[in-house]
Design a binder for this molecule. Structure first.
Ligand code: 5RP
Length: 225
């Protein structure tokens, strides 16, 4: 099976978690896109969705799914999103698609976080994938120095094919931090959160996944945490 077929399989499996008549939280990225396409097929069953990025909102609307502002929604039963890495406790690295801050916000008001990922995303120790940290632009260098002090090698994310900084939906910059072997994800998440200038860190450990649907050659495996 190709990686796309594995992503499609987990996206299809996640439909089981959709609660009829409700608003669902929807993540960002290629796996989330497959989920949005599946959601489009059953759109009459849901009230609408809260999107974790402008790209996701556009794709949802393209399927005729109403997109709600989170300010108009009190809580969400289920949030479905991909991950760059996930470990055996459900802690994740996210933000490869630059949507980490809004993903974290939507996840924080959601009852259940359903992670959908192909099998390559399951790791023993988080940190092989450079950890995305969204920062206020004027603080990029100041935050970088603090991240170096924590043992990381931060690199400013740039626009594809350009040396200009990539700018997020929130007007932030992203530092991709290599070289961190993350043994205590909860502690590191708290530590990085406290650096002044950080908008959000792509470590989802304090609020990790509740369920992971993992696409493998032997079918979709369900991990619960
Ligand atoms: C976006 C994310 C994505 O969930 C993560 O990057 C995984 O993406 P993909 O499904 O394309 O592998 O965190 O900010």
């Amino acid at each position: 099976m190709t990686q796309d077929e594995l992503k499609q399989a987990v996206a299809r499996a996640a439909i089981e978690y959709v609660v009829d008549g409700e608003i669902i939280g929807v993540g960002t990225g290629s796996t989330a896109n497959f989920f949005i396409d599946e959601l489009g097929k059953i759109k009459s069953r849901i009230k609408g969705a809260v999107a974790s990025s402008e790209a996701t909102a556009t794709r949802l609307r393209g399927h005729g799914i109403e997109v709600f502002d989170l300010n108009d929604v009190e809580s969400i039963s289920v949030y479905v999103d991909g991950a760059d890495e996930i470990n055996a406790t459900g802690a994740m690295i996210k933000g490869g698609g630059a949507a980490l801050t809004r993903e974290k916000i939507v996840a924080s008001v959601s009852g259940k976080f359903v992670c959908i990922a192909d099998g390559s995303k399951l790791v023993e120790t988080l940190g092989q994938f450079p950890l995305p940290v969204e920062v206020v632009p004027m603080a990029a260098n100041a935050v970088s120095r603090k991240l170096v002090a924590l043992g990381g090698q931060p690199r400013l994310r740039t626009k594809p094919g350009s040396t200009d900084a990539f700018v997020t939906d929130n007007g932030g910059y992203i530092l991709d931090v290599a070289g961190l072997a993350i043994t205590d994800a909860v502690a590191l998440e708290s530590e990085i959160n406290q650096i002044v200038g950080v908008i959000a860190v792509g470590l989802f450990a304090r609020r990790g996944a509740d369920v992971c649907l993992l696409g493998t050659g032997d079918g979709v495996k369900k991990l619960t945490f």
